[in-house]
Design a protein around this ligand. Structure first.
Ligand code: FES
Length: 340
């Protein structure tokens, strides 16, 4: 059984299966609605059901209070339609950006590269289709034998004709379900399943402001896709990449960014170590990303900033940027939460 879902204020109508969440139906039809956790705990996707009936699904009582349910609100990531419905979602259409519909993919692991300490790159060749995405977006990788998936950003440059190979960068998290699968079980040649693209942390190419890219650890993945895309698109403004890691053992992709820096006078690569070990041969920057950033610049007005990494790193960078007069609307953020 399928139902019609009308999304206001866009006035767009899509179809949704009775076993499908409304969020899934929206994303698969190219309608971007706000979301984050995708399993009923954060409340980001809360929307009003103006007409019709829904099954609320496993919405947490903290994310969706009883009185909110009574007032007609639902979490789109858990709610399924029980009739044709009309919802009012907080859709904000941003000029110059068009999102691709989410699809399911089957891929084959064609290469595994242990590029740094507890850090692995996976190269996946898609066998059933090509993926279209915007630089900075992520996929949800299904974990076999479970009903779970894990989000990983795509580090490859998006190609106009769609990508048949994508690169992921994964940090091992002790006890993490995705880490166990990727570090202990997955081998070259194995099949994987994933869905995507997801996310709003994307490169805005319609501005000519200088750009700051601030990455912590494997938060580099979406930033790498953005920089490769910006360079390939002939972006002329100044671009600064700050990549913070703990020690030299955690640093990777230096060759990629050093080469881009040599070939493009508008690109500046600033790797930084937060902890210099006695054995580290290092003449570069020392300190956390936000500290190095503040040493390099005092004023940030006029910049666009992209920040990706663990929440404390992201929050510290936002503080420095705002102290240097950069407004919230010029800061784009992707927080990498440790998986469970
Ligand atoms: Fe978090 Fe729906 S996306 S509750």
């Amino acid at each position: 059984m399928r139902y019609k879902i009308k999304i206001e204020p866009l006035g767009v109508e899509i179809s949704c299966g009775e076993e499908q969440t409304i969020l899934d139906a929206c994303l698969r039809n190219g309608v971007w609605v706000p979301h984050a956790c995708t399993h009923g705990t954060c409340g980001t996707c809360k929307s009003k059901v103006l007409k019709g009936e829904v099954d609320f699904g496993l919405a947490s009582n903290f994310a969706l209070m009883d009185f909110e349910r009574e007032e007609g609100y639902a979490l789109l990531c858990t709610a399924k339609p029980k009739s044709d419905i009309v919802i009012e979602a907080d859709v904000e259409v941003e000029e110059g950006i068009e999102f691709y519909p989410v699809k399911d993919f089957v891929g084959k692991v064609i290469d595994i590269d242990d590029c740094a300490r507890d850090t692995r790159k996976l190269f996946i060749e898609i066998v059933n289709d090509k993926i279209f995405y915007l630089a900075g977006q992520y996929i949800q990788l299904y974990i076999p034998g479970t009903d779970q998936n894990r989000a990983y950003s795509i580090a490859s440059r998006p190609l106009g004709e769609g990508n048949s190979i994508i690169e992921l960068q994964i940090k091992k998290v002790p006890g993490g379900l995705g880490s166990k699968y990727i570090f202990d079980e997955l081998k070259q040649g194995d099949r994987v399943k994933f869905a995507g693209p997801f996310g709003r942390f994307v490169l805005r190419k319609n501005f000519d402001n200088p750009m700051l890219f601030l990455a912590g650890g494997t938060g580099l993945a979406p930033i790498k896709a953005m920089i490769l895309d910006a360079i390939e698109s002939g972006v002329k403004q100044e671009m600064y990449l700050f990549h913070g890691v703990r020690s030299t053992r955690d640093l990777y992709d230096q060759d990629v960014f050093s080469r881009i820096e040599q070939e493009n006078s508008n690109f500046h690569y600033i790797p930084a170590l937060s902890e210099k070990l006695p054995e580290d041969e290092w003449n570069g920057e020392l300190g956390f990303v936000h500290e190095v950033l503040e040493r390099k610049f005092q004023k940030f007005s006029g910049f666009k900033a992209y920040i990706s990494g663990p929440p404390p790193m992201v929050d510290a960078c936002i503080k420095v940027l705002m102290r240097g007069r950069l407004f919230a609307e010029d800061i784009y953020v992707e927080k990498f939460f440790n998986e469970k």
